[in-house]
Design a protein around this ligand. Structure first.
Ligand code: PMP
Length: 451
């Protein structure tokens, strides 16, 4: 019977869709709905996916904010292929392999000055929890063990591990899991449609919200606070762009009270905002930067934390036992991921993709804001090659209007992403103006058609 079932499972329909979808418990998905209406992607190249029925889908979301150099780039594929045949796996505990060191050096060169120590992980969530642990280890190592409090922000997404959901600010991400880190507090988020609707680039109003940190310092005492973590631009919770001066002010307050500042750049790093990092774009240097996604163009899972030399040296210089940061993953600096990272970082430089994002930013911004006045649209926002289009929720059915747009767009050859009633766009940086025209032409058409 088992053999029969297995055989059955191998049978695929003419359109390449497997006929048994039951076993895979899909993340962040209405599993029952998907399995009744599967949308399968079976191939990808450049700006496009191919769906199981053969139709081509223009990727306006860079996979999940991660395929910054476009899909299936031969240089990256080849680097992975060659490495897989040469050194499939090598530990980086007490041993090493050259690719991990090379990937770290290459990545360090893209980071703001001073953030030149790289810890490798396998995902954004792991990068966040790693950064939080490094912050705590640093405070302990410098004799400030009382600084255990972590400060996050409302409406923040920092992945799904326990540290990340504790400092994160999404209720649905927190509520089902009663256990969260103790001693965490949150700044207010900066999204203020009443003052900032239809801002182009950075919104004008809201820098003073950084003063929330002063209030938390007054409430808890700076001597209890280890670190503050924020996304320079929050993506997953709806494209929340920092008001002019906000990040600078946050940096000043952290410096004043000797609190570490962590930028979660899982989506903003690697050209998404036209520079290697949002830190560089906004001229604000944090003490740690978390990354993932675009680091390998998403071809192999990999994350990283860039750490200031001072934080690193303080931890490494502490204690007598030789291992000063008792933390790591079997796959930290995995050879295939390292090879993919090196090839990806090469591509970003040789093709000038960060600069290209800057060059296209005005055209992109015009296109995003062309939807002002379109049916249902209550806000449009943009920075770099990120766009957010907020829809008025359908009465009694929040999120469903955006979901309808998503489904219709997919069927008509355009991949977008929605979060709540917000359409979030983050195309590969290789896109051309003609792609931008198609994305927004199609969206305008669909918005006019959905209820
Ligand atoms: N931090 C931020 C800012 C993110 O946007 C994400 C993912 N969208 C994560 C962390 C989590 O990354 P991952 O899904 O790779 O764990």
């Amino acid at each position: 019977r088992r053999t029969a079932r297995n055989k059955d499972r191998r049978v695929t329909q003419a359109n390449d869709t497997p006929n048994d979808l039951a076993a895979f418990w899909m993340p962040f998905t209405d599993n029952a709905y998907f399995k009744a209406h599967p949308r399968m992607l079976v191939a990808a190249e450049g700006m496009h996916y191919t769906a199981a029925d053969g139709h081509s889908v223009l990727d306006a979301t860079g996979g999940l904010w991660c395929v910054n150099a476009g899909h299936c780039r031969p240089q990256i594929v080849e680097a992975i292929r060659q490495t897989a045949g040469r050194v499939d796996f090598a530990p980086t505990f007490q041993l090493g392999h050259p690719l991990a060191f090379e990937a770290a050096s290459r990545l360090a060169m893209l980071m703001p000055q001073g953030l030149d120590k790289i810890f490798f992980t396998n995902s954004g969530s792991e990068s966040v929890d790693t950064a939080l642990k490094i912050a705590l280890a640093y405070q302990k190592a410098r004799g400030q063990a009382g600084r255990t409090r972590l400060i996050g922000r409302e409406r923040a997404y920092h992945g799904v591990n326990f540290g990340g959901i504790s400092v994160g600010g999404i209720v649905g991400n927190r509520r089902p899991y009663a256990t969260l880190l103790p001693g965490v507090d949150h700044l207010r988020h900066t999204h203020d449609p009443a003052r900032n609707a239809f801002s182009r680039g950075l919104p004008q109003h809201g820098a003073e919200l950084a003063d929330d940190l002063e209030r938390l310092v007054a409430l808890h005492g700076a001597e209890t606070i280890a670190a503050v973590i924020v996304e320079p631009v929050a993506g997953s919770t709806g494209v929340l762009i920092p008001p002019v001066g906000y990040l600078q002010r946050l940096r000043e307050i952290c410096t004043k009270h000797d609190i570490l500042l962590i930028f979660d750049e899982v989506i903003t790093a690697f050209g998404r905002v036209g520079k290697a990092t949002a830190a560089e774009r906004f001229g604000v240097t944090p003490d740690l930067i978390t990354m993932a996604k675009g680091l390998t163009n998403a071809a192999v899972p990999m994350g990283a934390v860039a750490v200031s030399r001072h934080v690193h040296d303080t931890i490494e210089g502490s204690g007598p036992d030789g291992i000063h940061l008792f933390h790591g993953y079997t796959y930290s600096g995995h050879p295939l991921a390292s090879a993919a990272a090196i090839a990806t970082l090469d591509l970003y430089v040789t093709e000038g993709l960060f600069e290209k994002a800057i060059e296209l930013e005005d055209y992109w911004a015009d296109a995003v804001h062309s939807l002002k006045g379109a049916r249902h649209v209550i806000d449009c926002r943009n920075i770099g090659l990120i766009g957010g289009i907020e829809l008025e929720p359908r009465p009694g059915a929040p999120t469903m209007r955006a979901m309808d747009v998503f489904r219709r767009a997919f069927d008509e050859g355009l991949l977008i992403r929605t979060t709540g009633d917000i359409i979030a766009l983050s195309p590969p940086l290789i896109l051309e103006k003609s792609h931008i025209d198609r994305i927004f032409g199609k969206l305008a058409e669909i918005l006019a058609a959905v209820d």
